[in-house]
Each structure stands twice: as structure tokens, then as C-alpha cells.
Design a protein around this ligand. Structure first.
Ligand SMILES: [Zn+2]
Length: 407
């Protein structure tokens, strides 16, 4: 779908009952309604599963930290304008975290590390906060409370290129499964001014590693000066929203700065202490932005694995309502999001129209009810021959569990 025909996710999000905001909660602080929460949950579990398969281990860390933590990481001097003001607490100052990296660096250094543990891949879907001005807030694109799909790979210099390539491959696969158009890759470099940590030789080294990974994956890219993180260059994966604005979803960064600031090390094969490199990477970026983009990209007709309701069961008349309820229950027990919609909610035609965004519609008439069969209609308009209910269930399950964009 071209972006000039894409619906605005804010309008669609409200119409479909996915998320909303309340002035008493505040601007940039959306809440998720049950259907939106189902999409978000499916996306988060998908990412965790992808990460587990790629050798990541998950952690949880708090959304608060002492101000001193961000003074060490460099956020306080380079990124303070985007942070919430500190809170006074028992003679200390604590802040809402602007990123997950410092917590992960502390988890890494919580005990001695050997080269045998590297690359050590630490992942978290965690909260972080950005003090966006209220004028730029809207829907899920610009929010103050962000759930970030983040990970940090602690590795040797020799391992960096492979880890960056591995992250780019995860991103490619995730976009394919989410049905998102092939994105544009941007190499984000430092610009003039004091926004960036000064260490020219480290910036050059990180940039060379990122270029090597992009080129060995055969990915064309454009350079953008002034878009780097304050501690290093990054690859940003760019997509376009309904208004035609480009924004970053995924990112891969090579960082020599924070391992030094946190004095991270590992014991090498030579028995000596060495400094690891930190690769920061996010497959889907912030969950808010990713879902906003999925809503716009698909116009609410999500791939089956992401759909709030994956299958509706429609009895033709009241006589088949018990069989419809039983089949819906069987689908729910098999791990699907399914529900029966009875004739009291309208004629069959009206119920089919109402469920037009639901990937699968299982119609049960007198003929089907008598033989434990189902007539399956697909969202794209295809109608399949009446078939055994168990076969329909197996088909839908295999498409959903395979994260297929085909129905
Ligand atoms: Zn990070």
C-alpha cells in the first residue's frame, strides 16, 4: 500500500478499539485496550522467541536509576534535554531512565566474565522515558513512555561484524513476518557540536565495522550526518508513516564508549583483562512505533499471527449456536484468539461484514453442524469447501504459528 493511501493509525486505532489516551493520564501516555494489547502481546512474544532462537537471554531491570548512573553513562551530559527531571528521594536523585544500556552494563559487570561467555547477548523488552514536548505528541508515534525492544551484545572486537550481521538478519526476518515493506537502511553518523562524545579514532572504527556488515549483507544504505547516538554511529532502519514522514524503527549500533565508562572487562584466553565491545540492537524498535506502523501498513487487517481476533465462528442460525460455541472454545484451547458471534448480532451477511478484518471466518450451517464440519471464509474473499473442523483448526494454527502473512 502506498503511503498516500495508508490510513492514520490514530484514527484507525480509535475506530478499532486498540488504544486511546485520557487527559488525566496525560499527553504522550496512551493506554492499550484489550484488542490493542492482544496485538502488542503477540508482537512482544514473537520478538522474545526470535531472540531466544538467536541465543539471547532475557533480563528485567527497573525503569528508574540514580542520577549518578546516567552521569557515568554520559546521558546526563549529552542527553539531559530529552530526560525527565530528577526526583528527590531520601537525599538522592533518581531519574526515569532514558535508555536500558546502563542497567545492562551493570548486569554484565555484576560478576567476572570469561571470553568463553562471549558473545553475551542480553535482551529486555523494557520501559524507558523521553520528555517529548507536548506539541509533538500524537497517537503511538511520539510518546513519553516507551516500551523498547532492546538488547546488548557484549563481545570481542573480532565478533562485532558477525553480531551486526546477525542482528540485520533478525531484522530482515521480522519485517518479512510482519508484512512490512522492505525498509531503507541509513548509516547515522555524528555531526558538529557537543552532542557527541569526542573520540575520533573510535568513531572511525565503529563506522568501518557497520559499513562492513551492511556491505557483506548486500544492503544499500545512505549516510545521514548528525543522526548518530551520542556514544557512537548506528544503522537505522527507516520506514514511512501515513503522512509520508520517515522514521526509525530498528537500529544496530557499535559502542566502544560505554564499556569504557563502566570499566567493563572479561578475562581473555591469555588470562589478562580485556575490554568488550557493546553492540546495541533493536529488532522492532519501540513497541508503540512498531504497532503504529503495523496498523497503518495493514489498514487494521493484521497478519493472522498479530490479529486481535484470529477467527470468528458464525452459526448460520440459532440452531447451530451450540456447535459454533464449541468450535470457538476448541480454537481458544488450541491457543488461538477466537470467538463465536451469534445470530442475535445480525444476519450472516452483516456479521461477515462486521468481521471483515478478521483473517478467518468459520461458518457453521445445518450441514456442517451435523458432521463436525466448517465452511471457512478467508479475509481476502476466498471461500473454501466445507471440511472437517479439525482440518480447519490445523490450517489456521499452522499459519499462525508459522508467522505466515498468507492466510
Ligand atoms: Zn543500548
Amino acid at each position: 500500500m502506498s503511503h498516500d493511501r495508508m490510513p492514520d493509525h490514530r484514527k484507525l486505532g480509535r475506530e478499532l478499539g486498540l488504544f486511546d489516551t485520557d487527559p488525566l493520564i496525560g499527553a504522550g501516555l496512551p493506554y492499550w485496550l484489550p484488542d490493542g494489547a492482544a496485538v502488542r502481546h503477540a508482537l512482544e512474544e514473537y520478538v522474545r522467541d526470535l531472540e531466544r532462537r538467536a541465543g539471547y537471554r532475557h533480563v528485567y531491570s527497573p525503569v528508574l536509576g540514580k542520577r549518578e548512573l546516567y552521569e557515568i553513562s554520559g546521558h546526563w551530559s549529552h542527553y539531559r534535554d530529552d530526560m525527565f527531571p530528577p526526583m528527590e528521594l531520601g537525599g538522592e536523585q533518581v531519574v526515569l531512565r532514558p535508555s536500558l544500556c546502563p542497567h545492562h552494563a551493570l548486569i554484565y559487570r555484576s560478576r567476572a566474565r570469561s571470553y568463553r561467555e562471549l558473545p553475551l547477548r542480553m535482551a529486555e523488552l523494557g520501559g524507558m522515558y523521553r520528555a517529548e514536548l507536548s506539541g509533538v505528541l500524537g497517537g503511538l508515534h511520539r510518546v513519553r513512555s516507551i516500551q523498547l525492544n532492546d538488547a546488548h551484545i557484549f563481545c570481542t572486537l573480532d565478533q562485532v561484524a558477525d553480531e551486526v550481521r546477525g542482528a540485520l538478519e533478525m531484522i530482515r526476518l521480522a519485517y518479512q513476518d510482519m508484512g512490512i515493506a522492505p525498509p531503507r537502511y541509513r548509516l547515522s553518523l555524528a555531526g558538529p557540536g557537543g552532542k557527541y562524545v569526542a573520540a575520533p579514532e573510535l568513531w572511525e572504527r565503529s563506522t568501518a565495522l557497520l559499513i562492513e556488515a551492511l556491505e557483506s549483507c548486500g544492503l544499500p544504505y545512505e549516510e545521514a550526518v548528525g543522526e548518530a547516538a551520542f556514544y557512537g554511529p548506528k544503522i537505522d532502519v527507516q520506514v514511512v508513516d501515513a503522512a509520508g514522514r520517515e522514521f526509525s524503527l530498528s537500529t544496530v549500533q557499535v559502542d566502544f564508549h560505554q564499556p569504557g565508562r563502566f570499566d567493563l572487562h572479561y578475562i581473555g584466553a591469555d588470562g589478562a583483562r580485556h575490554r568488550p565491545v557493546m553492540v546495541h540492537r533493536s529488532v522492532v524498535g519501540s513497541v508503540e512505533r512498531a504497532v503504529a506502523h503495523l496498523i497503518e501498513q495493514h489498514g487494521g487487517a493484521f497478519p493472522a499471527w498479530l490479529a486481535p481476533v484470529q477467527l470468528v465462528v458464525l452459526p448460520v442460525s440459532d440452531a447451530e449456536a451450540p456447535q459454533a460455541a464449541a468450535f470457538a472454545r476448541r480454537c481458544v484451547e488450541a491457543g488461538l484468539r477466537a470467538e463465536a458471534v451469534d445470530p442475535e448480532r445480525g444476519s450472516l451477511g452483516a456479521r461477515i461484514r462486521q468481521a471483515r478484518l478478521v483473517p478467518y471466518q468459520a461458518v457453521i450451517g445445518a450441514k456442517e453442524a451435523g458432521g463436525d464440519r466448517v465452511a471457512l471464509r478467508l479475509r481476502d474473499g476466498r471461500r473454501l469447501e466445507s471440511q472437517p473442523a479439525g482440518d480447519v483448526l490445523a490450517r489456521v494454527r499452522s499459519r499462525v504459528h508459522g508467522h505466515s502473512t498468507d492466510l
